[in-house]
Write a protein that binds this ligand. Structure first.
Ligand SMILES: Nc1nc2c(ncn2[C@@H]2O[C@H](COP(=O)(O)OP(=O)(O)OP(=O)(O)O)[C@@H](O)[C@H]2O)c(=O)[nH]1
Ligand SMILES: [Mg+2]
Length: 478
């Protein structure tokens, strides 16, 4: 195999007025929640800080965060005084400025911060000029653009905060177009839009002929990575659902105190959901505490809702089926009853007679599976649906979240179109199959690794993940 030559690395300087979201843009593009310091105080970034975007381990882009331009009006006046005449190019006047005391630390260093940013611009192939699109077009912006225009490198204005209701996107586009800037990108570092990200790289491509292949490789890689992320999320969710659908706990009909058994079962399922959430957060490179999935009942917030509380079902639009068992067994179903298991014994499990009878009817066919003298408890179908809906919404929220988001992850409270499969429709076949294979559940198993090797389980997981992946992709397009 011939190895192609490494592609030339694009150097990008991210500049703009203070507090416009430059560092946030870098966090989002690098998907690194820890890059630099983000704050709503002005002048947070004090030094140039670089990072790199890789494709297959090869550097493609070097990104440089810079301190905000604070006094562009003063600087422009200063620069105007530095050009001896029209025969001197602006870029030479700028170089002269960068060598002067005004651009360095010291008593005369009035523009030290601005100089750091401009030095980086001159040392880059392109500059992204970040604008807070909620701002009106002001003198400072005109001056900043004027200064950048003198630096003799391509500039792409990036309208940030475009997801905000106050964004003046159209006004900005018009102003920039008058200033001769037509390749403008729109962005929001908090509400991620993968198309916006792609368009940003395409705008750069249009201004940087030599770097076309580099940026094309980057765009392709990002698309692929996103597709992989969707697939991997679907795998994690399929694995969770199979573990829970297949989970069955046998309770002796002679057992005098079933409450601890029931509670242990519920806790095992809650913990399993928690593990799925943790794995998703890690995979998306968000912090573990970005999401407060409190798995104990709270009085507010969907995510505080216990998996086994009837309110949770309602909140997520899951229709409670007939035969929902009340009392201590909410969210669980009695798989089947045998021999001496009478309705009286069932009452000892805390079930209401009507409720239990309903579940018995629906699971009666599986009597042959049960062990004489035992009752098999499992998670009710509604709870499975709730688990699926919650995780689907979480995955969608993660796919739309920029890595500069300062807030906790929120999942949508409203039921969504296309969620019917999970809330009330027929569950995917693969999931129904899992219910009949208690040996596929890792819950309550001493050796979970043995289960991973079960080829039928693996095939069922792949099938279920395929269904979930298709649904995620579809709902993201809407
Ligand atoms: N809602 C929203 N907030 C944003 C966005 N971008 C940045 N912010 C917030 O704006 C503030 C400033 O963001 P920074 O990334 O620190 O801005 P900066 O341009 O690097 O600022 P300096 O380093 O001080 O020049 C922070 O509170 C961010 O959370 C955005 O697109 N939407
Ligand atoms: Mg900053």
């Amino acid at each position: 195999m011939t190895r192609s030559l490494p592609l030339p690395v694009v150097k990008i300087a991210v500049v703009g007025h203070t507090n416009t979201g430059k560092t946030s843009l870098l966090r989002t593009l690098t998907q690194n929640v820890d890059f630099g310091e983000v704050s709503d105080r002005p002048a947070t970034t004090r030094h140039v800080e670089g990072t790199v975007l890789l494709v297959d381990g090869m550097p493609m882009v070097e990104l440089y965060d810079t301190p905000g331009l604070e006094d562009s009006i003063g600087l422009l006046e200063h620069l105007d005084g530095l050009r001896p005449g029209r025969e001197t190019d602006w870029i030479d006047a700028i170089r002269g400025f960068l060598d002067s005391p005004a651009a360095h630390a010291g008593p005369e260093g009035a523009f030290e911060q601005e100089a750091k940013a401009i030095r980086q611009v001159l040392d880059s192939d392109i500059a992204l000029y970040v604008i807070d699109a909620r701002d009106r077009v002001l003198g400072k912006h005109r001056d900043e653009l004027e200064i950048l225009g003198r630096c003799a490198i391509p500039v792409v204005p990036v309208l940030n905060f475009v997801a905000s209701a106050e964004a003046k996107t159209e006004q900005w586009r018009e102003h920039l177009s008058r200033a001769g800037m037509h390749a403008v990108a729109e962005f929001d570092t908090v509400v991620l839009n993968e198309n916006a990200e792609q368009r940003l790289f395409e705008k750069m491509q249009s201004l940087l002929d030599t770097f076309r292949p580099t940026l094309a490789a980057l765009i392709k890689d990002r698309k692929q990575r996103r597709a992989n992320l969707i697939r991997a999320s679907a795998d994690l969710l399929a694995d969770l659902l199979i573990d829970v659908a297949a989970y069955r706990v046998l309770v002796s009909t002679d057992e005098p105190n079933t409450a601890p058994i029931v509670e242990a079962l519920k806790q095992a399922v809650r913990d399993r959901e928690h593990r799925c959430v943790a794995a998703l957060l890690e995979m998306f490179r968000f912090r573990p505490d970005d999401y407060e999935a409190d798995l104990v009942p709270l009085d507010n917030g969907e995510w505080g809702m216990d998996l086994f509380s009837p309110e949770s079902l309602m909140d997520f639009g899951v229709r409670a089926g007939g035969g929902a068992v009340a009392g201590g067994l909410t969210g669980l179903a009695v798989d089947a009853m045998v021999g001496g298991m009478t309705l009286g014994a069932a009452a000892a499990l805390g079930a209401t007679i009507g409720g239990l009878y309903g579940t018995f009817e629906s699971h009666g066919k599986r009597i042959a599976d049960t062990v004489r003298g035992f009752t098999a408890l499992r998670v009710q179908e509604e709870t499975l649906r709730l688990l699926a809906v919650r995780q689907m919404r979480l995955i969608r929220a993660l796919l739309r979240r920029g890595h500069a988001s300062p807030d906790k992850i929120q999942i949508e409270a409203q039921a969504k179109e296309g969620e019917k499969t999970w809330t009330s429709g027929r569950l995917p076949k693969a999931l129904s199959r899992a219910k009949t294979h208690s040996e596929w559940s890792r819950l309550g198993t001493a050796d979970p690794s043995a289960i991973g090797a079960d080829s039928k389980r693996a095939a069922t997981e792949t099938e279920l993940a395929g269904v979930i992946e298709a649904e995620l992709s579809r709902s993201l397009e809407i």
